[in-house]
Design a protein around this ligand. Structure first.
Ligand code: NAD
Length: 455
């Protein structure tokens, strides 16, 4: 069936079947959403802190009540395993609980000065535009919505066209939970139209962006015309560094989920696995064994660990990274669905597969000689988002953690994300921090007021 240019067909990547049809928004709809957010702003910023905290708490509870429904919708739209979707929706609820508490705890200061009193206020920015990708659609939106709303801003959210469904349902639930009309607006349309309009719009004070480094550059460039604030959460090429003295069994058991989780479509994917040469062969055996047991298949099955890729186009891009015979290729269903098997390749840090973000289930395994070489290789990348260090030597763990250029690191763990701790990148992985109280700085501006007490 022919789909008109203004109609957007949303597809389940595990079945290739359409699951929704939507009207595509354009510039006019974006302008209307910005106008609605602008109209709602004065009343929203004037809500008593205890009342906006209560509203965000109710929203968090509403999300919890609808957690299973949202998780199923996310799984149908992204193809991610239902267990992952349930975890993500749990985090969405937790994010709103956290930021409901933050409303009344984001203080200004009083500063000693001569001749009077000096104080700072945390002022909201106004209307903020939030642009998010398709890999963790509602969770990444929540990381921005929580602090943006808690600081007193109103919002226009643009989900990725491939995955708009949970954002739309979230907006309905937000209204039902009592969030005033116009405070949160969702616009579904192409980045080149809706995204560009948000970036250019004179009434939008800030763009909170998560996506590719390429589009992030464009956001920064476009924002210059109106001197908009920007937060950029971009791509990554994170290192998983395994020293000979580490718990190799534990490191190998968790390495597959650290790079094949979400089918590798994860900005934090530890897609460069660096292994100390003296244990390289032993670790490789353990890694291949763990990868061969990684469960790929029906995303609706609670035991599944990896689903399909997001689209046929994306699968072609991922496939182009695997040249020659890989070290190991796991199993994946034949189709329908955009399947790609978990794949390990032996590489040098100079190879394309080790330099560019694959955004698929492909890991480069690379040996290193010693600590100095591990640091050099880990940092030899334009990116700096996350990474892991596996060692039983705590002094070395700390040295490595300080030496690796990344915004988020873990030792003897592959976790990157917690509601209460700051998340974000350095170098071409972007700037600004999400989550925890640090995110409140990105959605507010410090105002200084001096009052003379001289007679
Ligand atoms: P993308 O950059 O193609 O798109 C992201 C969003 O930007 C989408 O909503 C898209 O419609 C919009 N967009 C596209 N062109 C635009 C333009 N010219 N102006 C304004 N908006 C525009 O990214 P993607 O393919 O959806 O997602 C994958 C990328 O996201 C990967 O690079 C991944 O590393 C990155 N990512 C980063 C983080 C992080 O926190 N650092 C988290 C998740 C994903």
């Amino acid at each position: 069936m022919t789909v008109a240019a203004h109609t957007l067909e949303v597809v389940n990547p595990a079945t290739e079947k359409p699951i929704a049809k939507l009207e595509r928004a354009g510039v006019e709809e974006t302008d209307r959403a910005v106008a609605a957010a602008k109209a709602a702003y004065p009343a929203w910023r004037a809500v008593k802190p205890a009342d906006s905290a209560r509203l965000l708490r109710r929203l968090a509870s509403k999300i919890e009540e609808h957690g299973e429904e949202l998780a199923r919708l996310e799984t149908a739209n992204v193809g991610k395993p239902i267990g992952d979707s349930r975890w993500e929706m749990g985090m969405v609820g937790d994010v709103f609980h956290f930021y409901s508490g933050a409303v009344e705890k984001h203080y200004g200061e009083t500063i000693p000065v001569a001749g009077g009193v000096d104080m700072t206020f945390r002022e909201p920015l106004g209307v903020v535009g939030l642009i998010v990708p398709w890999n963790f659609p509602l969770m990444l939106a929540a990381w921005k919505l929580g602090p943006a709303l808690a600081c007193g801003n109103t919002v226009v959210l643009k989900p990725a066209e491939l995955t708009p469904l949970t954002a739309l349902r979230f907006a309905e639930l937000a209204l039902e939970s009592g969030l005033p009309e116009g405070v949160l607006n969702v616009v579904v349309g192409p980045g080149s139209v809706v995204g560009e309009r948000l970036i250019a719009h004179p009434d939008v004070a800030k763009i909170g962006f998560t996506g590719s480094t390429e589009v992030g550059r464009r956001v920064m460039e476009g924002a210059a015309a109106t001197v908009k604030r920007v937060t950029l959460e971009l791509g990554g090429k994170s290192a998983n560094v395994i020293f000979a003295d580490a718990d190799l069994e534990k490191a190998a058991a968790s390495a597959p989920s650290a790079v094949f989780g979400n089918a590798g479509q994860d900005c934090c994917a530890r897609s460069r696995i660096f292994v100390e040469r003296s244990v390289y062969d032993r670790f490789l055996k353990l890694l291949v064994d763990a990868t061969s047991r990684f469960r790929v298949g029906n995303p609706e099955d609670a035991n599944t660990e990896m689903g399909p890729l997001i689209s046929a186009d994306h699968r072609n891009q991922v496939a182009a990274f695997v040249e020659g015979t890989p070290l190991f290729r796991g199993a994946a269903p034949a189709g329908p669905g955009f399947w790609f098997p978990p794949t390990l390749v032996e590489a040098s840090n100079r190879d394309r597969v080790a330099r560019e973000e694959v955004f698929g289930p492909v890991a480069a395994v690379i040996p290193f000689a010693d600590e100095a070489e591990a640091v050099r290789l880990a940092n030899d990348t334009p990116y700096g988002l996350s990474g892991s260090i596996w060692t039983r030597d705590s002094a070395r763990a700390l040295r490595m953690a300080r030496a690796i250029d990344a915004g988020v690191l873990s030792v003897n763990s592959n976790s990157s994300v917690r509601v209460t701790t700051p998340f974000g990148g350095v170098k071409q992985s972007g700037f600004g921090r999400e989550l925890g109280m640090h995110a409140m700085d990105g959605y507010s501006e410090v105002k200084n007021v001096y009052i003379s007490t001289e007679g």
